[in-house]
Design a protein around this ligand. Sequence first.
Ligand SMILES: [Zn+2]
Length: 422
Amino acid sequence: MLREFTSLTTNSVPGVIKQGKKYYCNRCGNKKLKDFYRDSLGVYCRNCLVFGKSATYTKIIREQIIIPKKDKCGLTKVIHLSDMQELASKHCVKAYKEGKNTLIYAVCGAGKTEIVYEVILTALNEGKVVGFATPRKDVVLELYPRFKRDFCQVEIVALYGGSQDKGRLANLYITTTHQLINFYQFFDLIILDEVDAFPYYNNKMLEGFVQKAKKKKAPIIFLTATPTRKIQYLMKTKQLDYFIIPLRFHRYPIPVPRVSLTSSTITKLNKGVCPKKILNWLESKKSTNKQVFVFVPDIKSGINLEKILKPHFTCAFVYAESPNRKQIINDFRAGKFQLIITTTILERGVTVSNVDVCIVGCDAEIFDERAIVQIVGRAGRDKNYPTADVVLFCDYYTREIRKAIKQIKRMNKMAKRMKLLL
Ligand SMILES: [Zn+2]
């Protein structure tokens, strides 16, 4: 097995090589001629430039390392899977054994992490090395303690920008897709979480890293709750094997959002006014125990809305660059205030047990089908509170709103047809 890193001094393979009239980047797998540029020293790859130049005059050291074989890996406790999770889990093991790629399309709240436990153990017990890769560092940080707790006799390493684990050897790597830059034909199985999420989605460099980090014939298991159009196309044309889980682990349907038309929503917010319908809806939540996620399209609207709501509600606004982002989210989880106003940064990952959800200005471009489905997916995740009131406030219907609602209804219908719902 090989691990690699880039250096200007030692000799091994060049960063970029010439193949006939074309170039090939040994670091990210790029071979598109238009992505290679010339400088005074030679030719370099633009595709992976954020990591510094990979060029005809730089070297990549490929160092062979041996990972001690593991067997008798297991779980520290029995994980109870729903019937659907069980089937999906078996599907993953089968795909792995046949060495083919597969996709698990599981609705938000289906419990997709547990689904891959069995396939991870199967591979580890064969002495193989497994990579669980995700575009988001938050997910790595969340999964690492969970995997540590649930797996026994397994060396686990977490890799992300700033991780202390870099260079440590393990059998199971939980890593950001960016960190796969350091691996070459290394993994026997890659599980790729949230294939549709930023920054992986539409990122040729990261796609190249994944392909290069795995052994040539190693399969990939893709996980997603909101497949991109490209993935949907691959499913439809049977170019990608897949398994769909249309229902949540608690077997209640996904709340179907209601659309409420408001007028000049964002313009009004900028003038310090909030449309009455939104205020009334929020007001109605005061008498319930429910907390509310209020999604806004951008930071400016969030700041404006927070100013308007602060005198009347206990609330806070959180966005990507909020200095105390973690604290605010923890306080919200602890029930310290009722409303959290946020941008799409909280569309994934954050689970709060008893919440209603609304999107203000849902006609904004940023709320595409997948974003809306993810946001709606925040609601009703707890089996003790499986229902929720979800409202999309917008000036007009967009195609994306219609598509999102259609997708949610389709999944609920599929679950109903399969007689899976409670
Ligand atoms: Zn490159």
